[in-house]
Design a protein. Structure first.
Length: 102
């Protein structure tokens, strides 16, 4: 209240639990459930901006840990040798190693 009274624009910082139960957030469709192939349904924040003619949608679930690391690093110029060295030195994880979501 003190900050607002001083005319400083501010707002509440919410946890995910607060966000997913906030009536305003829910009324604006900002909470979506997406089916993840590894862990099942995942509740996520939706799109902050919508346009009048294009309804946004989730095309893919969130990626697994390191799922696209190699693809992204290759796209910015890293070679297979670079990736092998990064893997050996622990900079990146083994992309084929099982991922634990617990």
């Amino acid at each position: 209240e003190v900050i607002n009274a001083a005319g400083v624009p501010c707002g509440r910082v919410m946890t995910l639990a607060d966000t997913f139960s906030d009536p305003q957030v829910l009324s604006q469709g900002m909470v979506v459930d997406v089916d993840h192939p590894e862990i099942g349904p995942v509740r996520m924040t939706g799109f902050p901006v919508t346009l009048s003619q294009d309804e946004p949608s989730m095309r893919l679930p969130t990626p697994g840990l390191g799922e696209h690391t190699r693809e992204i690093l290759k796209s910015v110029g890293y070679s297979e040798g670079d990736l092998k060295l990064m893997l050996e030195t622990g900079v990146i994880n083994d992309p084929d190693a099982p991922i634990s979501y617990s």
